[in-house]
Design a protein around this ligand. Structure first.
Ligand code: NAD
Ligand code: UGA
Length: 452
């Protein structure tokens, strides 16, 4: 990543979470002076002490390297006093109805005082189409015409957020006033990427459309994988063959245990609700959501195929975060799976290299948390790969096999080579790849060995 260059504009960032901290670190690295605020005192205290409250590769060192250009505060007023351009990066979680909860965004807008100075509020949080219009009306109603509004949705992925911010596929800027849009575009001048300048509503829709399309691709390949299991085809080769068609492309065709995370589930739902509230029934998204829910549960059937009833069985869940390289547990498939396994009567022991602390509060008391893979699999009747952490690639070893009560691996991410896993003596199930009838015999042989 490049060191600081840039033109040293003062940039405000409201919200010091995944998006806010990445935005702050990257703008500082581009040479801007960044003032970042959050309402969470512990977060700000940690950041002032040089500790980073999220796990995102590279963020800690980027913040450290640009310390001189970064400051942290609890006060929105500090941000507005020192910066004319202010990025809103607060969370927009789902409400019970599936709509986006805009209470944090509303709080930021309500917190803008009656200053005579010109500011541009830049919305990076994902907000429903129409939010910009509503904020614009509210600001005007309060006599704050001098506050400009720009939509600049963020497309970063957790786990590779810095690279996504610094080398994006595109930068989208939707503005009511051309000059405000230009001021935002100037901040990104050192980043090489196509810039889409558009109206606010279209910018908001580009974000929802993109996430919903990517989620649709995942549900689509998951259904193809499920059919592959029925007809004996291999989804890995199928996805490769499909992806070589330029019109389809190779990305987001990895089948698995269903998409999770803080964004796809909530944004797909929010778009569905947005359409419904506007009088349009978005049928396709209803199916995308349903397929995703069912996908999380398919693991249970694969365990039962080999173990029969799961009552009293010890199941090791390997990986808890919604994907690798993050500690984010929001909407992680592991939460649904753990709950399903517990209601089938299984004892669940779980391990994650970084998300254990966050998981503790989410998974509930019924799930035992282990400190290593080996601890998790010891005495287990099955090991389920839930998150594709690199360290699980070497799961099919003699040590693991000997530690387990039954040598069964259910690979929810197609992380292992089926031949190697079976050659190491495991019964092996994955997603959309041919089953091996000899797996049953492998388990039977292992049980016979254990008895003799
Ligand atoms: P987050 O929960 O990690 O961070 C949000 C932060 O905002 C928290 O620290 C919270 O304390 C703070 N906050 C809440 N209200 C505030 C207020 N009134 N003033 C100041 N700070 C306040 O959320 P996130 O994952 O960074 O997501 C932020 C937004 O960006 C969401 O709308 C999300 O959909 C969108 N987004 C997220 C990602 C991602 O990968 N996480 C990617 C693209 C877009
Ligand atoms: C996603 C988008 O990729 C980002 O562009 C977007 O900015 C972000 O949501 C957001 O709006 O917050 P993220 O949720 O961090 O990013 O992670 P992804 O890599 O997209 O993965 C999302 C989920 O889909 C994970 O559970 C992952 O395991 C799953 N996935 C992804 C698959 O099951 N198969 C795939 O081929 C790809």
């Amino acid at each position: 990543m490049s060191a600081a260059r840039g033109n040293g504009t003062a940039v405000g960032v409201v919200g010091a979470g995944y998006v806010g901290l990445v935005t702050a670190a990257c703008f500082a690295d581009l040479g801007h002076d960044v003032v970042c605020c959050d309402v969470n005192p512990e977060r700000i205290e940690a950041l002032l002490a040089g500790r980073v409250p999220i796990y995102e590769p590279g963020v800690e060192s980027l913040l450290e390297r640009n310390r001189a250009r970064l400051s942290f505060t609890l006060e929105l007023a500090d941000v507005l006093r020192r910066c004319r351009i202010v990025f809103v990066c607060v969370d927009t979680p789902p409400t019970a109805s599936g709509d986006a909860d805009l209470s944090r965004v509303d709080a930021v807008v309500a917190g803008i005082p009656q200053t005579g100075t010109r500011h541009v509020l830049v919305m990076k949080s994902t907000v429903p189409v129409g939010t910009g219009d509503k904020v614009r009306l509210e600001l005007t109603a309060r006599g704050l015409d001098q506050i400009g509004y720009v939509s600049n949705p963020e497309f970063l992925r957790e786990g590779r957020a810095l690279a996504d911010f610094m080398e994006p596929d595109r930068i989208v800027i939707g503005a009511f006033e051309g000059a405000d849009g230009q001021a935002v575009a100037d901040l990104y001048a050192d980043i090489e990427a196509p810039v889409i300048r558009t109206d606010v509503a279209s910018a908001e829709m580009i974000k929802y459309g993109s996430n919903a399309f990517l989620a649709t691709k995942i549900s689509f390949i998951n259904e193809i994988a499920n059919v592959c299991e029925e007809v004996g085809a291999d989804v890995g080769v199928v996805a490769q063959g499909m992806g070589l068609d330029e019109r389809i492309g190779p990305h987001f065709l990895r089948p698995g245990i269903g998409f999770g995370g803080s964004c796809f589930p909530k944004d797909v739902n929010a778009l569905k609700q947005l359409a419904g509230n506007s009088g349009y029934h978005f049928q396709l998204l209803t199916a995308v959501i349903e397929v995703n829910e069912l996908q999380k549960r398919r693991v249970v059937g694969k365990l039962e195929k080999h173990l029969g009833s799961l009552r009293g069985r010890r199941i090791a869940m390997l990986g808890l975060a919604f994907k690798a390289n993050t500690d984010d547990m929001r909407e992680a498939s592991s939460i649904v799976l753990a709950s399903r396994l517990r209601s089938e009567g299984a004892d669940v022991v779980a391990y994650d290299p970084v998300a254990t602390e966050k998981a503790r509060g989410v998974l509930g008391d019924g799930v035992e948390l282990a400190g290593s893979v080996l601890e998790a699999v010891t005495g287990a009747d099955a090991a389920v790969i839930v998150t594709e952490w690199g360290e699980f690639r070497h799961l099919a070893t003699r040590v693991v096999k000997e530690a387990m009560a039954t040598p069964l691996i259910v690979d929810g991410r197609n992380l292992l080579d089926p031949r190697q896993a079976r050659a190491a003596g495991f019964a092996y199930e994955s997603v959309g790849r041919p089953a091996d009838p000899a797996d049953m015999l492998r388990i039977a042989a292992d049980r016979a060995d254990a008895v003799s």
